[in-house]
Design a protein around this ligand. Structure first.
Ligand SMILES: NC(=O)c1ccc[n+]([C@@H]2O[C@H](COP(=O)([O-])OP(=O)(O)OC[C@H]3O[C@@H](n4cnc5c(N)ncnc54)[C@H](O)[C@@H]3O)[C@@H](O)[C@H]2O)c1
Length: 361
């Protein structure tokens, strides 16, 4: 397998612990150094791990030992950190969304091309057994020709539990840019790229109240749409209907359903790696679970980075920049459509990412 890839992490907030746990157990990756604007937070985050350097951001980016920069900053900082990493000649793998705005993401991909480095991006949850088993069922023809899908995400908002939820309510956040990457990446994995979108959105509350941590009770402003709906017209002709909301209390709708001419599938939560895939084929009296047949088993956040590190030069990584850009393009276009009232053609496209054969993470 050769030497492990040295990972330098920028951003040691809420999600970083999950990455550190995964990196620690994957032999292909080595957690070499971390950085954050808040150095105490960085020190605290890697306290359980031996031999990890805590550096300033510029120092980490300039460190010749670092092979890939894992960008776990807030969405508004994704492009800046990615561009600085690329400028330092490093591959970069970013948390979602690829950038807070499509124009910034475009600059990242162009800079990476010019520098001859690679860009990867979360979510990697869709490389787990949930979405991958559903994809294999579709590819094996278990539902016939896919014609439609629904995707529903409904929560009251992350300010209930996140101690610093400000970024969820500014551009780059909102239910669509925050949770849409999971659902839309799964839909593109299942049904292929999207050609046109039609959207509608609303913003019922101007303020949100932080529900936990030292800032509990503080009100924060809302400057993005918090209930976003739309239709994605896939290039194949299949239609996906999307509801992404921070304005509901709960839902019993499946996270994703895919309907084909001869069967329907329930696809598990694309924010999780696993979960039951259910099939109801024409003539069946009920749903039946499908055995896990594809995807990384026992995966955690960071498995997409290991997959990225293992992807040969010249092959687009599964959790790659082109897919992440297409997903961001779809999301921005949905919001543009919601505000203009007109359908918006999607100018970007991507290949369906390569399927993941069933294997241990
Ligand atoms: N929290 C979750 O459950 C979760 C889940 C999946 C994905 N994500 C994604 O992970 C990313 C980070 O989310 P989080 O919840 O960990 O946020 P967070 O606010 O808890 O942590 C972000 C960290 O990045 C640091 N940071 C910000 N700008 C920086 C800069 N320019 N240079 C260096 N450090 C900088 C902050 O100081 C902070 O420590 C986001 O893109 C989010 O969408 C979060």
């Amino acid at each position: 397998m050769g030497q492990p890839v040295n990972v330098g992490v920028v951003g040691c907030g809420a999600i970083s612990a999950q990455y550190f746990q995964t990196i620690e157990r994957l032999p292909r990756l080595r957690l070499a150094a971390v950085a954050d604007l808040d150095l105490d937070r960085a020190r605290e985050a890697v306290r359980p791990y031996a031999g990890v350097d805590v550096l300033g951001v510029a120092e980490l980016l300039a460190d010749p030992r670092i092979d890939v920069v894992l960008n776990l900053t807030i969405p508004a900082a994704h492009a800046e950190i990615a561009l600085r990493a690329i400028d330092a000649g490093k591959d970069v793998y970013c948390e979602k969304p690829l950038a807070a705005a499509r124009t910034d993401a475009e600059r990242v991909l162009l800079a990476a091309d010019a520098a001859g480095v690679r860009v990867g991006c979360a979510p990697d949850t869709v490389l787990g057994t949930g979405t991958q088993t559903a994809r294999k069922a579709i590819d094996d023809g278990l539902i016939g020709r896919p014609v439609a899908a629904t995707a529903t995400m409904m929560t009251p908002g992350h300010e209930r539990w996140h101690p610093n939820p400000d970024f969820y309510y500014v551009p780059g956040g909102g239910p669509l840019l925050d949770m849409g990457p999971y659902y839309i990446t799964s839909l593109v994995t299942l049904l292929g790229p999207v050609a046109t979108v039609v959207g509608a959105a609303s913003r019922p509350r101007a303020k949100r109240t932080i529900g936990s941590g030292p800032r509990q009770g503080e009100e924060i402003p809302v400057t993005v749409d918090t209930h976003v709906t739309g239709v994605l017209v896939h290039a194949s002709g299949a239609l996906s209907t999307l509801v992404m909301s921070f304005d509901g209390v709960a839902t019993k709708s499946p996270h994703i359903e895919v309907h084909g001419e001869s069967g329907s599938l329930v696809v598990p939560n694309p924010n999780h790696f696993d979960g039951d895939v259910l099939l109801s084929a024409a003539g069946d009296a009920d749903w039946r679970p499908l055995p896990e047949s594809a995807g990384y088993l026992g995966a955690g956040r960071g498995v997409g980075l290991a997959d990225f590190a293992a992807t040969p030069a010249g092959t687009e990584p599964r959790a790659g920049g082109a897919l992440a850009f297409h997903v961001l393009d779809i999301m921005e276009s949905l919001l543009a459509s919601a505000h203009s009232g007109a359908g918006v053609p999607i100018t970007s496209t991507c290949e369906r990412p390569l399927p993941v054969p069933l294997q241990d993470a």
